[in-house]
Every structure is written in C-alpha cells, then in structure tokens.
Write a protein that binds this ligand. Structure first.
Ligand code: NI
Length: 176
C-alpha cells in the first residue's frame, strides 16, 4: 500500500509561529512521524523539514545529509550548542513556496539532539548542512527565514506574503 505524503503547512497558518514542545518520549508514533516527514520532504524535493511544517508542534527536524541527497537524518529535540562565524546565503522554504532570499547564518554550528532510538549525538554543520540545521531549528521556535531578511528584501516580498497568507487561510476555512 502506498502511503500518502503529509500535507505541508504553508505561511499564514499559526502553527508555524508557535514554539514547538520538546519530545518527552520517543514512542512508535514519533518514529512513524519521523519516517513520514522524511518521505514528505523527499517528495516535495526539500532538503529539510521541521515537524510544525506538517502540523505537529514538536521539536523534530529531518534533513538530507549527503550531497546526493539520499541519506536523511532525523534529530529530535535539536539544539545549537556552538555557532561560529557568519555567512550569507540564499534560502527558500517549503512552507513559503515561491519566496527566496539571502539570510545571514552562522558559518559553522554544532547541533546536539537525540536519534530515533533516543540516543544523544552531536553533529557539525557547515555550508548547506549548517544552514539547513539553523533554518529548521528556527522553525521549532516559530521563526521563519523571512524574519531574517533585510528590511528592503522584506518590503519587496510583502505583497507575495499577503497573497500566500490569504491562500493558506482560504484553504483552512475550506476544510473546516
Ligand atoms: Ni523552512
């Protein structure tokens, strides 16, 4: 049986602005969610996804780890414990289709979290991986990459943001 991909929540839905709760217990539901998030991320051709983006306000992220983008990594309750340097680079987000822009990030981060078995681990991220870690962990704190845009860039996308929000709200009321 082919599983349906999780629906990706778009800008305008309040869940994207909530601070996600830590995962207290890694049960089968959490493991299933991680697997479905990876599947949905790949289907959407993303390189990272945070649980709030699929409507679950929990501290879980998945990222595509290697350059071939085949191997996905799950981090439960991720935390940035080291951040070094600064680097500017272009980002996009599955929850904000059609919007891209430059964002300043730490050049190198060290992330600590739990794997799907609950074992603690640390992983270093530089370049794209470091950027994805920071972008996805931001999602868990209700932050979006557009919040980090320059004033000028933010002004330029304002209209697009309003449209996107309207579309999201229309979809939400349509379902209810
Ligand atoms: Ni995103």
């Amino acid at each position: 049986m082919k599983k349906k991909n999780l629906e990706i929540i778009t800008y305008g839905n309040d869940i994207l602005r909530k601070i996600a709760a830590p995962v207290e217990k890694i049960d089968q539901d959490v493991v299933n969610l991680c697997r479905e998030m990876i599947q949905s991320m790949k289907a959407a051709k993303g390189i990272g996804l945070a649980a709030p983006q699929v409507g679950v306000s929990k501290r879980i992220i998945v990222v595509l780890q290697d350059p071939e983008r085949a191997k996905a990594l799950t981090i439960i309750n991720p935390e940035i414990i080291e951040c070094e340097g600064e680097i500017k680079g272009e980002e996009g987000c599955l929850s904000l289709p059609g919007i891209i822009g430059e964002v300043n990030r730490c050049a190198r981060v060290l992330v600590r979290g739990l794997d799907k078995k609950g074992a603690p681990f640390e992983i270093e991220g530089t370049e794209i991986l470091g950027r994805v870690f920071q972008h996805e962990i931001d999602h868990l704190d209700g932050k979006l990459f557009i919040d980090r845009f320059s004033f000028v860039r933010r002004k330029l996308i304002n209209k697009k943001l309003r449209q996107l929000k309207q579309e999201t709200l229309a979809k939400l009321t349509g379902v209810q």
